[in-house]
Each structure stands twice: as C-alpha cells, then as structure tokens.
Ligand binder design. Structure first.
Ligand code: MN
Length: 197
C-alpha cells in the first residue's frame, strides 16, 4: 500500500535561480518547508480516509471546508505558483489568443496587471490572488483566503499569487507591493496561458 501519494512537484529551476527577486532562502523555506508541510499534511489526512484515491483537483473541488480542503488547496495553489515562475522568462507578455482574451476582459495587459496588483496588495490577511477563467471564457480576478481555490467556484485558475507573508517576508518584510512588483519579472506567461482548458 502506498501511504504517501501526493508529492512535491519538481521545480524547473534551482533555489538560487530566482534571486534577487526571490532569494534562495525564501525558496528553501517556502518550497522546502511550507509547501512540503502541506503535502505531508494532505497525505496524512487522506490516507485511510474516504478521500483516498481522489485526485488533487477532486479534493479541492469536493472536500467540505476543513483541513482536507485547506491542505489540498494549498498543495494545488503552491503547485500553480512555483510552476509559473522562471528565471528570466522567455514569455514576458501574453500573446495571441490569450492576449486577446485579456484585452476583452480588462482592456489591456497593463490594466490587468494593475488590477491584479491592487487586489493582491489590498487583500487582508493570508491568502491568494488569482487570475481565473469562467465557463464563458471571461477572465476574472479574485482574492481568496487561506488555501481556497477558484475551482471551488467553478472557475479555472490561470495565475496564482501567494500573498501569505511566508511568500515574501524574508526578502521584503512588510513591503508586499515590492514583492508583487518583482514577481512579475518571474512570471512565465507561456505556462499561464497553457492552463486554459
Ligand atoms: Mn505559500
């Protein structure tokens, strides 16, 4: 019997590769300790429970509010977060159909970034700001507390911004806006647009 079935996804970069926007120390704590802890917690909660055998997205969608939903959400959110980062991204801006969708929903790419910054900077407490897509193909910005995820509201998450203090405190202390400003330098828009289903 496989006891621990959820695993930390491999990173496409080394801990030091995202500096100075995100330091090696931040990556080693955020990925190596916080994210790992959510994965370990989820495995312990699911193992031998009625949730055993469900995929991560099924757990996020179906688990009622509580520890399973919290930890599954954090595992999914952190997977999205770390996967979309890249040192010196080769896709610094969205292109093609994705850019068209952004312009339809927000007017321009710059306007979308401004709105994401505003939402993430003003969100109170621990949580996430997302760019997500609804059934009609419209893009939405929403902020959710703790480990909540757009999938629970029938929205597909495209971009996940971690605004928990553990994501930036070592590098930026209380300056969340500076963290957000530098985070854009690491976003690989090719990965983000690849999440459109
Ligand atoms: Mn985090």
């Amino acid at each position: 019997m496989i006891k621990f079935h959820f695993e930390l996804p491999e990173l496409g970069y080394q801990f030091g590769d995202l500096a100075p926007m995100m330091s090696q120390e931040t990556l080693s704590y955020h990925y190596g300790k916080h994210f790992r802890n959510y994965v370990d917690n989820l495995n312990q909660l699911v193992d031998g429970s009625k949730y055993e055998g469900l995929s991560l997205t099924e757990l996020v969608r179906k688990a009622p509010e509580g520890p399973v939903a919290d930890n599954a959400g954090q595992v999914l959110n952190h997977s999205l977060f770390f996967e979309q980062l890249m040192p010196a991204p080769n896709a610094k801006r969205p292109t093609g159909e994705f850019l068209f969708l952004i312009e339809q929903s927000f007017g321009s790419f710059e306007s979308m970034i401004e709105q994401l910054n505003r939402a993430a900077a003003s969100f109170f407490g621990s949580g996430w700001t997302f760019l997500a897509m609804d059934d009609a193909g419209e893009l939405k910005i929403l902020s959710l507390s703790n480990g909540d995820n757009p999938l629970r509201y029938n929205l597909v998450p495209l971009l996940a911004i971690d605004v928990w203090e553990h994501a930036y405190y070592l590098d930026y202390q209380n300056r969340r806006k500076d963290y957000l400003q530098n985070l854009w330098l690491l976003i690989n828009w090719h990965v983000v647009s690849g999440r459109i289903v």
